[in-house]
Write a protein that binds this ligand. Structure first.
Ligand SMILES: [Zn+2]
Length: 97
């Protein structure tokens, strides 16, 4: 592939141009993939929080820290997972006490 900024020929796997430093399409798709992944973790946490508060906390916590690094995508689901997991935990406490 070629740099879209300066036209220099690049490695197929290059994520940025060594000549001018502009990020390639590959870099952008890698970013996007990570973004989707953190969103997936947040949604997984949201779903798990209905069944297991521990899983909800783990996925919610991981999703939230990843969402903070990746422009807040999946933050809502992560927070919802943490809240539902916490409510679930109190309901569980009520039933065993
Ligand atoms: Zn370039």
């Amino acid at each position: 592939m070629f740099c879209k900024n300066c036209g220099k020929e690049l490695n197929e796997w290059a994520i940025y141009c060594p000549e001018c430093g502009v990020a390639t399409d590959k870099f952008q798709s890698a970013e996007k993939k990570q973004e989707e992944e953190s969103n997936g973790i947040a949604i997984a946490g949201f779903v798990c929080s209905f069944f297991s508060c521990l899983l909800g906390w783990i996925f919610g916590g991981v999703g939230l820290s990843r969402a903070n690094k990746r422009n807040g995508k999946g933050k809502g689901f992560s927070i919802a997972a943490l809240i539902i997991a916490t409510i679930g935990f109190f309901i569980y406490l009520e039933t065993i006490l």
